[in-house]
Design a protein around this ligand. Structure first.
Ligand code: ADP
Length: 397
């Protein structure tokens, strides 16, 4: 079967066509600047990658370009749309309504719409993407896979905020967590890699990318995670601040005469390792700057590694132990130099990094702790598109 995975942003649309039998990517691409002008980048595996400017006034037009690219006799991947058996949509926020992926119906669409408040930039775009696909592929089963669903197993002690309870009752303000598809996929693989039944394991998944979050997975279930009501919470990220004293908002507002919206934008787009270092949001640039003697870049990386280690400590306490910890996503998978900076805080757990194994495990899976290490340290590449394709297939089969 062939599953089309769609990830719609407000002005972008990423897609992958996946062969569910071999789990190989058949074709993938990206539409950018939707609603502005429009650009499509497409590659069918084994053929040349190309980019074209294409007028995309809305997501409907973008989906049409994607399908035409897939159908192209020269550079395409399929002869007919009937070859697409199902479509899996990444949905950012499922609120408390969705603890699992679901087949998309009118009721599901309405329920996703009710969560728009919680993710005003993402959910409306996700819905537009679903409607556009429905218009062009009527009758093809579609599945919604939520970033928040995996974390719905968190207990109330982990998801409640210590603010007046009526805010939870009235507006559902609580911790939801994100990157759930990745944390679920990677934790399952981590249990396999260490040869354990996931039901009997305590795992910590460090998803360190441009967006970063850490999750405690006890017995296969998320019991706590670092992102919150929105993806702004937790670790410092490429451009997001992560956890800060909430009183800082009023303080900056008073000093600079900025509105709450303006400061929230600064916390989302101009903070994190980019804001702190003044160098870049990209960890490769930061490492290069630190190696060149840039002191604030060094401090930024130390601050980042320190916070990763603090979350690991907190989640070890939350689960009363930990069997294995894994790094994943762009930074976690590739930045071998970051791992000793984190591991140096974990000696009390009996963690012993195997530096040579860690150097080898760049962009590939591996156990990077010594055989004597009491807690296993690993690298597992995440694959959110494949996880979405698997979820989709499981529901439409
Ligand atoms: P997203 O959150 O956008 O999905 P990714 O998981 O793809 O992000 O991670 C992107 C980040 O990974 C980049 O910003 C970059 O800092 C980092 N990265 C990618 N390759 C490397 C590398 N070789 N060394 C260090 N960092 C890397």
């Amino acid at each position: 079967m062939k599953v089309l995975v769609i990830n719609c942003g407000s002005s972008s649309l990423k897609y992958q066509l996946i062969d569910s039998d071999t789990e190989a990517v058949i074709a993938k691409g990206l539409c950018e600047r939707i609603g502005i002008d429009g650009k499509l980048t497409h590659q069918t595996m084994g053929k040349d990658k190309y980019t074209v400017d294409a007028a995309m006034p809305d997501h409907n037009a973008a989906v049409k370009f994607v399908l035409d690219a897939l159908l192209d006799t020269d550079k395409g991947a399929i002869a007919s749309l009937s070859e697409i058996d199902a479509v899996g949509h990444r949905i950012v926020h499922g609120g408390e309504k969705f603890a699992n992926s679901v087949v998309i119906t009118d009721e599901v669409m309405a329920a996703i719409e009710e969560c728009n408040d919680l993710a005003p930039l993402h959910n409306p775009a996700n819905l537009i993407g679903i409607r556009a696909c429905q218009a062009h592929m009527p009758g093809v089963p579609m599945v919604a896979v939520f970033d928040t669903a995996f974390h719905q197993t968190m207990p109330d002690k982990a998801y409640t905020y210590a603010i007046p309870y009526e805010y939870y009752e009235n507006y559902k303000i609580r911790r939801y967590g994100f990157h759930g598809t990745s944390h679920s996929f990677v934790s399952k693989r981590l249990a396999e890699l260490i040869g354990r039944d996931i039901k009997d394991t305590k795992l910590i998944v460090c998803h360190l990318g441009n967006g970063s979050s850490i999750t405690a997975v006890d017995g296969g279930k998320s019991v706590d995670t670092s992102m919150g009501l929105t993806p702004l919470a937790g670790l410092p990220m490429g451009t997001r601040s992560g956890d800060i004293d909430p009183a800082i908002l009023e303080f900056i507002a008073g000093k600079e005469g900025k509105s709450v919206e303006e400061i929230t934008t600064i916390l989302n787009k101009k903070s994190g390792v980019s804001g702190l270092s003044g160098v870049s949001s990209d960890f490769r640039d930061l490492n290069a700057a630190a190696n060149d003697g840039n002191e604030i870049a060094k401090v930024t990386l130390e601050a980042y590694a320190y916070r990763v280690a603090k979350y690991i400590g907190a989640y070890t306490a939350a689960m009363n132990g930990v069997d294995a910890i894994t790094f994943t996503a762009g930074v976690g998978e590739n930045a071998a130099w970051l791992r000793p900076m984190v591991a140096k805080y974990l000696g009390y757990l009996g963690v012993e990094l195997d530096e040579a194994a860690s150097q080898k495990a760049c962009g590939v899976e591996g156990i990077i702790s010594t055989p004597e290490s009491k807690v296993k340290l690993c690298v597992i590449p995440t694959n959110e598109e494949l996880a979405i394709a698997r979820e989709t297939l499981a529901l439409v089969k």
